[in-house]
Design a protein around this ligand. Structure first.
Ligand SMILES: NC(=O)c1ccc[n+]([C@@H]2O[C@H](COP(=O)([O-])OP(=O)(O)OC[C@H]3O[C@@H](n4cnc5c(N)ncnc54)[C@H](O)[C@@H]3O)[C@@H](O)[C@H]2O)c1
Length: 258
């Protein structure tokens, strides 16, 4: 039970990784606030976690691109569970925008995707950092992506750029918050079929041959699972990783290593 009595906010908690991260944290004694705009997903994931770990999960509707909504959500987490110890900045994605050529990318698509993946990470970190600095304790894990390392085979430039910026943001904030006892790290997963959105992208945008060619580039010759990413996220939140901060952990079956 590495996280007994702690409180974690998992943004994007209504989605695929949100479910895996929330369930894994709750199984180790953590109270979990799942924050998302997708209410059906929130409800389903909170119910699933509460079936296994009664009372540990709370679903809160929150748009991470709104500073006001984020402040209300973090306040609710502290009010409900007494502290905010862990923040997983997981809300993100390419929002279904097309993978346009750079000379065709629409400004509104740029703003949409960069706001969700980068501004959302900033707003949640800003809000959680206030509580964590006062407590002298905190663990923040940001979701980057293999696309930030290699460019987007599957994803648009807005997403690649925002996930690259998340790596720089992580390094900067780790330097600033380290003296307060707060560790800030990121994970950069490869393709993981976390649910419908990812399955649509994987099966919809690639032929069987293309999928096989992609997997054959991976030294481990397979896609990862949500649980394998959750294991790494929990490690970064744990005392076992107490001297690790500012890093981005590549979790991609060996396709890229820094
Ligand atoms: N699955 C992968 O292959 C993969 C790989 C690398 C990185 N990632 C990153 O992991 C994270 C989670 O991805 P996932 O695969 O679970 O996708 P997902 O679509 O299942 O989950 C993303 C969640 O974010 C929520 N969200 C969208 N806009 C929001 C907003 N404004 N405020 C709050 N929540 C919002 C969505 O409703 C959704 O529930 C994302 O940041 C994604 O970019 C995923």
């Amino acid at each position: 039970m590495r996280f007994e009595g702690r409180c974690a906010v998992v943004t994007g908690g209504g989605g695929g990784f949100g479910k895996a991260f929330g369930a894994a944290l709750a199984a180790e004694g953590c109270n979990v606030v799942l924050a998302d705009v997708y209410e059906a997903g929130l409800e389903a994931n909170a119910e699933l976690i509460n079936q296994a770990e009664p009372g540990r999960a709370l679903g809160v509707r929150c748009d991470v691109t709104s500073g006001e909504a984020v402040a209300a959500m973090t306040a609710q987490a502290v009010e409900s569970f007494g502290s905010l110890d862990i923040l997983i900045n997981n809300a993100g994605g390419s929002m279904g925008v097309p993978k346009d050529a750079i000379d065709q990318v629409k400004e509104e698509d740029w703003d949409k995707v960069v706001n969700l993946n980068l501004k959302g990470t900033f707003l949640c970190t800003r809000s959680a950092a206030g509580y964590m600095k006062k407590a002298g304790y905190g663990k923040i894990v940001n979701l980057s992506s293999i696309t930030a390392r290699l460019g987007g085979q599957l994803t648009p430039v807005q997403y690649v750029s925002a996930k690259g910026a998340v790596i720089a943001f992580t390094r900067h904030v780790a330097q600033e918050l380290g003296p307060f006892g707060i560790n800030v790290n990121a994970v950069a997963p490869g393709v993981v079929l976390t649910g419908e959105r990812l399955e649509k992208m994987w099966y919809g945008r690639k032929s069987e041959d293309e999928r096989q060619a992609y997997v054959s580039q991976l030294p481990l010759r397979r896609l990862g699972s949500p649980q394998e990413i959750a294991e790494a996220v929990l490690f970064l939140c744990s005392d076992q990783a107490s001297f690790i901060t500012g890093v981005t952990l590549d979790i991609n079956g060996g396709m890229f290593s820094a």
